[in-house]
Design a protein around this ligand. Sequence first.
Ligand code: ADP
Length: 399
Amino acid sequence: MTYALVINSGSSSVKFQIVDPTADAAAEPFASGLVEQIGEPSGRITIKHAGDKHVVQQPVPNHTVGLEAAMKILDSLGAGPTQVDVSAVGHRVVHGGMVFSHPELINDQVVEMIRDLIPLAPLHNPANIDGIEVARKLLPDLPHVAVFDTGFFRDLPPSSAIYAINAEVATENQIRRYGFHGTSHEFVSGQVPALLDMPAGSVNQIVLHLGNGASASAVRGGDPIDTSMGMTPLAGLVMGTRCGDIDPGIIFHLARNGGMSIDEIDNLLNRKSGVKGLSGVNDFRDLHRLIDEDNDDAALAYDVYIHQLRRVIGSYMIALGRVDAISFTAGVGENDVATRRDALAGLQHYGIKIDPERNETRSDGARLISTDDSTTRVFVVPTNEELAIAQKATALAKQ
Ligand code: ADP
């Protein structure tokens, strides 16, 4: 068996998987791990392999110590990347700017190019680079590949990519819609033509990636024509803790009259808003529990979430003209029956009709949840960004 090592390096945590790139999207990875609380006094490394979970509490001052320790634990289990046949290392990189549309074999120059994009993703790209540098030192003989969250949306039509902001200022500051979750939108939309038994080039579809972060895309013939996240992942749908689209004037108001600094506003809109900001919880399981207890704040948060989601779905229906399929994916999209029902309720006159029984039936793989007479077919398609990165890294490493 040949595997890929997939690394998703954040500022205070690193997630990784050793995965068979030919596996089913619902299959458990060969091994997975999480290094948490990097840079804090207490740290934790969790490894899952062969049905067992191994937890080690130890301070993790930086990414190097964290990844080295995690690889040692994997080695002790006989599952280390140099012990099993790993053919490539895939790194999730959040921002590829206008530079990267496809996965890139990493060398020093590519690392510098990712570094040049730090102003566009000041929290994410530095952490991604840390992961790349540490992994290249630990595994110097393997090909390392960068897979960009923005890549799938690199060639959005200008009418959806360009903001109506003074062109000179926008160009100078690289302001445009980049879109995120691209690996997931590409992975999910790529499965739909086979589900419809249609040639990929003729499918018009909407993908709803509803996790803690959430985004939608409209895809025509395999190419995205619009997406809801923007220059940053703050835009678009209401999310677990992010506000999604708001009147930009609110930011001036908070700065001028709310006594808040730019950093405070950034923190408010990214971490203390969205469903959590309205209800106190961001997990949809908690939200539904509160709604069942007649909590008005939770009910309002859910209604605002659904309203914004429907607004985006409606605009993509118009943009596409004909919609062959709508797919729900990620934590909320794959699991929350009510969200799927309410997102598409009352649209039978547009040819969209969810079958309540199919909507409630669970399965591991992709499944149809619309009625047989629904002209737009509605699917739940589990996403697996790690598997998608593993596939891309393996394919590029082979070339
Ligand atoms: P991310 O990758 O953005 O962190 P996920 O795609 O894993 O997020 O989604 C996590 C979210 O999915 C949780 O916060 C929760 O709201 C939702 N979720 C997970 N499981 C369920 C479930 N069984 N029912 C309803 N919502 C769920």
